[in-house]
Design a protein around this ligand. Sequence first.
Ligand code: GAP
Length: 486
Amino acid sequence: MSKNNDELFKNVISHAKEYGFVFQSSEIYDGLSAVYDYGQNGAELKNNIKTYWWKSMVQMHENIVGIDSAIFMHPTTWKASGHVDGFNDPMIDNKDSKKRYRADQLLEDKIARYEKDGKSAKAEQLQEAMDQALKSDDLTGLRDLIVEHEIACPVSGTRNWTDVRQFNLMFSTQIGAIAEESDKIYLRPETAQGIFVNYLNVQKTGRMKIPFGIAQIGKAFRNEVIARQFIMRMREFEQMEMQFFVRPGSEMEWYDYWKQTRLKWHKALGTSPEKYRFHDHTKLAHYANAAVDIEFEFPFGFKEVEGIHSRTDFDLSQHQKFSGKKIQYFDPEINQNYTPYVIETSIGLDRMFLLTMINAFEEQDLSEGDKKDSRTLLRLHPCLAPVKAAIFPLTKKDGLPEKAREIMNSIKLDHNVIYEEKDAIGKRYRRQDAIGTPFCITVDHQSLEDNTVTIRERDSMQQERVAIDKLNQIIAEKVSWKNLLN
Ligand code: GAP
């Protein structure tokens, strides 16, 4: 990470804490690694991202419906899905520091170092060898690469490595009072399986016709060994996933459709297009016949935010096999029964949240001549902003607070607005800029006479005098989902 990017990332993290977006979980007990809580503004921003996704996927598509399945599922689900046997990371321990690392992560760090030092041929060669070893599950090959490229433990500095072993990422617990092996259940590592096991229920009760999709938003859990980069890689996180069921043979057409549709969703937020790119998977997951990541340029490089996977009929066929229930679709157009193929779109809500914060964060120098001034603002899309408008009485007396509260009461049914009377107006503006509030409304003495207020726009800082009864409409136009969902 360059010094500037490193600083930007650190500033975003401290801003997220200072302004009530993200806190370390159980911070008073020194925190829990890779687990985070969302604060008062973070929860609002997160909800708005969810709403944007849900509206665009469910509300805007006649053939997509949403569900909310449980986190706990029958343990056979995970046997059938392949997660019990195949949801592993290749891990290696350093015998001196006793620290455990993901073997591919150590190699990726080395590749990044080669690139930084201008040794691109070496970087390319190592990348190819690593992809090959991962593809063929060659654990000895991964270890050989670590030794060959003289990778040392960042803690002990030694190259005293164990063999590479597979480590399952699922958390398990017991259901009921008696802890026996047969009672072992898992915390879901993806929300997708809750959709697959409900395929028949939804298809029948919703009388869904292929192609159709089932969407859901929910928590997922992974015992990530290497947890870093703030909320990028967490042990408890949230996914927004959609499984789109299609006729076998048409899956590549839908794969392309969803690739373009999802990228459009990202770009509609106003992010500059060069910040995004597609990255085709070299190592396909056990269920996929094609997969691509939508990557965003974070301060620490291009990283995956969302995956689009062509999952074939793997999951439904496996659940049919393990449950003994017929999971098929009768297609009246071709007069045939078949197991549908699936295109999945899967986006990490927390990664989208981080992307949004980084993209919106701006430190502005507003100095004029000798007069030093600056502000930190979040240029959030108004639809995503936690608070849509802040209402300020100019002073705490002369009936201005009462008038401001009256205005607030007339707007709060439609929009999330807040009231603030503490500190000078300038300070109040800065606090709202820092959380991305699109509008600040100031009630002054003139307001009592002619029922007008000043309204200040966040990005331009322009102020305008408007009639109080126009406020609701001004805010509504700016924060309307129509601005994003065309
Ligand atoms: N159902 C497919 C699936 O789960 P994935 O690529 O493992 O695919 C999908 O995960 C998305 O979930 C990723 O693109 C990422 O945004 C998010 N994600 C995965 N692991 C995560 C973690 N440990 N912390 C935060 N987000 C994560």
